[in-house]
Every structure is written in structure tokens, then in C-alpha cells.
Design a protein. Structure first.
Lengths: 121, 280
């Protein structure tokens, strides 16, 4: 068994969600998808580990969710659209998560976005 | 016969839905974005579409990784919106036009495009936000919708050219539909943005403006872009721009630009809105 090399693999700081990542992230993303229901969001907040175990997640994936470590989740096959639901369960926005992954404060992240909008082209 | 009145491109980001619900039209952050929609609303008022064929992607409301169709078309009388997990207001069900849906499906399959056919399907912010921002004051949705969902979540996603070619057939289907109605096509999503990885927050204004220019009369340069070109130059989620090409394909070879506006950033993205009409 071997994964075919892709021409997008070397784009820096970018996790392309393909078959390899989808297979790896399946239980993590399935847990995140369940958070469309408020009842499940509450169950997660009450007992993160217990809730994650229902989905057969790996110990590393469970730890990443406990730490709300988005980059670790990406490395373990997380998909950002489903992870957004996890962020939502804790009142975090995609900008909070983006800043965390970029390694800057949310203020710096927002300023960086504005800067790109001001660029002369 | 149905009249294909034109096509719109629009952002569909959740923050736009939230800002629309809050009426932040004159807020300094939002004004340059919302002002770009004033001419779109005037165009809708003048052209009065009965149905919108709306090309979007689902972000985890109806479809999940268990079953992910590359192309899916709704064929229902109505489509429910629902909780997506992070606090966007649930909007009223969107009315469908199943007869037109089936005519488009039949035309596509006859022309060797084989979409998944959905008689029950929830629609997320990808479909609802563009309607909301164009008709913010409507108590009820003023148009029926034919949802066309494109997989932009799990790679491989369809190529730019495949999307454009499918759009051409959708255009033919609309023009051959035997009912005297006005139909518009929306291509939603984009423009450049990246939500994930250490490159999160990447926007490419130059790419976006160039893309909008080429949408008018150099679309051949856009259909040659590969998925990797999109990821590299417009960010991992910028690949949503392939959905604009479905709309562009439906318009036919020549279009007239009626309106365009670009503003960045809105949330994490470059936001482009265009109104195109097919040239007779």
C-alpha cells in the first residue's frame, strides 16, 4: 500500500485534505460533524475524553481536541470545515483558529488580513 | 422558453450572513463590501428572476465524508436550513423548482454529466448567505432555487474545466426549458482565502482581480488552472472559485459585464461580486 506523491505536497503551511488525510482524520472529523447538534456540543463540553472515545479517536487526536490545538488536529487529518464546528462549541471563530495556526495573536492576524487588502496591485 | 437573464458571483462566507442579519450595512468595516451589492439588488429588481440555479459547496450540513458526491443537484420542493454548529441563525426553508431541477438533471445526464440527485437535502450557509445578502429585507425568499452542490471539501475536487463544461450544459438546459420564466445562475464562494495551516489568513488580491477580469472575456485562461494552481495562488479554500466557472459556462461564450466590486478582507477572504449578462 502506498500513497501517490502529489504536486501540492510542498506548498508551505498548507494541508490539502485528500484521501490520505481523510482516512487518517475520519474519527476526528466524524466527532466534529456530530457537533451540529447542541445536545452533542453540550456532551462534549461536559466530558471531552468520554465524548471523543465514542468515535474511536486515537489518543493523539483526543489530546489535540482537549488542548484545542488546531495545528495538531490538522496534522492528524482534521478538516478545517468540520473543525470549525468544534471551535464553535467553544465560542471560537475561524479567525481565532487561524491566528493560533499561524502562531500570532488574533489582533496581529486581523491586521495582517487588512494589510493584504491594502496592497497596491 | 425560459429566459437566462444572467449570472452573479458572490461570496458566501458565514460572517456575511451574520452581518446581514445585524444590518451592518453602514458599518465602516462592512460598507465597502455591502455597497458592492446595491447595483446587484437593483439588477434583481429590474430583471425579476423566478428561479436561481445556485452553485455552492456544502461545508458539513448535508454531506459528510461518508458519502461525498462530486456534483449533486437538488430536486425537492423545498430545502431546509439548520444548525451548523457555530451560531449562524437558522433561516426559513428555501423553495425549490423540482420540474426545472429534473430538466437540468436530464439534460446533464444526456450530455454525459452524472450528478447525484437529491430529493431531500439541507442547504447550508454556502447557499443561503448569497440569497440573504441580495435580499436582506425579504420576509420570505423571493425566488425558487435549484441547488447545485460541488465538492470543494475533499480532494480530488473537480477541475476548473470540468466545472465550466458542466455549466455550459446547465445553460443549454435552462434555455431549452419549456416555461416562460426568468432564470439567473449564481456562482458562489471564494475568492482567495486559506483557513488552515501555518499559511492561514493568506489572501491574494492580485490573483483575485486578475480572475475577475478574465471571467469576462479570457475564461480560457481560467479553465486551464489546475487544482494545485488554485491552492498555491488563491489559498487552500480559494479552490471554491471553480464554482464561479460553472456559472460562467452557463452564460455562453460572450458576456457583458454589468457590475463588479472587489473588497478585501471580509473575515479571512477576498470578496468579489459580479453581474454578467449573456451577449445576444
Amino acid at each position: 500500500m502506498a500513497w501517490t506523491k502529489k504536486d501540492y505536497d510542498d506548498i508551505p503551511g498548507t494541508f490539502v485534505f485528500d484521501g490520505r488525510r481523510s482516512l487518517m482524520g475520519w474519527p476526528l472529523n466524524k466527532m466534529c460533524m456530530s457537533l451540529n447538534d447542541e445536545e452533542n456540543r453540550e456532551a462534549l463540553r461536559q466530558d471531552v475524553e468520554g465524548y471523543c472515545k465514542r468515535f474511536d479517536m486515537s489518543d493523539e487526536q483526543i489530546q489535540a481536541v482537549k488542548d484545542l490545538d488546531a495545528l495538531a488536529m490538522m496534522r492528524l487529518g482534521g478538516n478545517i470545515y468540520y473543525m470549525a464546528k468544534l471551535a464553535g462549541a467553544y465560542g471560537l471563530s475561524v479567525q481565532d483558529v487561524g491566528a493560533q495556526m499561524r502562531g500570532v495573536t488574533v489582533e496581529q492576524f486581523k491586521e495582517m488580513l487588512l494589510e493584504q487588502g491594502r496592497e497596491e496591485v | 422558453m425560459a429566459n437566462l437573464i444572467g449570472g452573479i458571483t458572490s461570496s458566501h462566507i458565514p460572517a456575511v450572513g451574520i452581518a446581514t442579519s445585524k444590518g451592518l450595512f453602514d458599518d465602516p468595516y462592512w460598507k465597502p463590501f455591502f455597497d458592492g451589492y446595491v447595483p446587484v439588488r437593483a439588477w434583481m429588481e429590474e430583471k425579476k428572476p423566478d428561479v436561481v440555479v445556485l452553485v455552492y459547496n456544502d461545508h458539513g450540513l448535508n454531506f459528510f465524508l461518508d458519502q461525498m458526491p462530486t456534483f449533486a443537484i437538488g430536486a425537492a420542493r423545498a430545502y431546509d436550513n439548520a444548525d451548523e454548529g457555530w451560531g449562524l441563525k437558522t433561516m426559513p426553508p428555501v423553495p425549490g423548482d423540482p420540474e426545472l431541477s429534473w430538466h437540468i438533471i436530464e439534460t446533464l445526464v444526456k450530455n454525459e454529466f452524472d450528478p447525484t440527485i437529491c430529493q431531500e437535502m439541507k442547504v447550508d450557509h454556502g447557499l443561503v448567505v448569497p440569497l440573504q445578502v441580495i435580499w436582506p429585507d425579504a420576509d420570505d425568499w423571493p425566488v425558487k432555487v435549484v441547488p447545485v452542490a460541488v465538492n470543494t471539501v475533499q480532494h480530488p475536487v473537480p477541475s476548473a474545466k470540468r466545472c465550466y463544461d458542466m455549466g455550459k450544459v446547465i445553460g443549454d438546459a435552462i434555455r431549452s426549458y419549456d416555461e416562460d420564466i426568468n432564470v439567473a445562475v449564481f456562482g458562489t464562494g471564494g475568492m482567495s482565502h486559506q483557513l488552515q495551516g501555518q499559511r492561514a489568513g493568506f489572501i491574494n488580491k492580485r490573483f483575485d482581480l486578475d480572475f475577475m477580469d478574465k471571467m469576462i472575456d479570457r475564461v480560457g485562461e481560467l479553465t486551464r488552472l489546475s487544482t494545485t494552481d488554485f491552492i498555491r495562488d488563491s489559498g487552500s479554500e480559494g479552490v471554491e472559485l471553480i464554482m464561479w466557472l460553472v456559472m460562467r459556462g452557463a452564460m455562453g461564450d460572450k458576456v457583458t459585464l454589468k457590475h463588479a466590486n472587489y473588497h478585501a478582507p471580509i473575515s479571512n477572504t477576498g470578496a468579489g461580486v459580479m453581474v454578467l449578462e449573456p451577449t445576444e
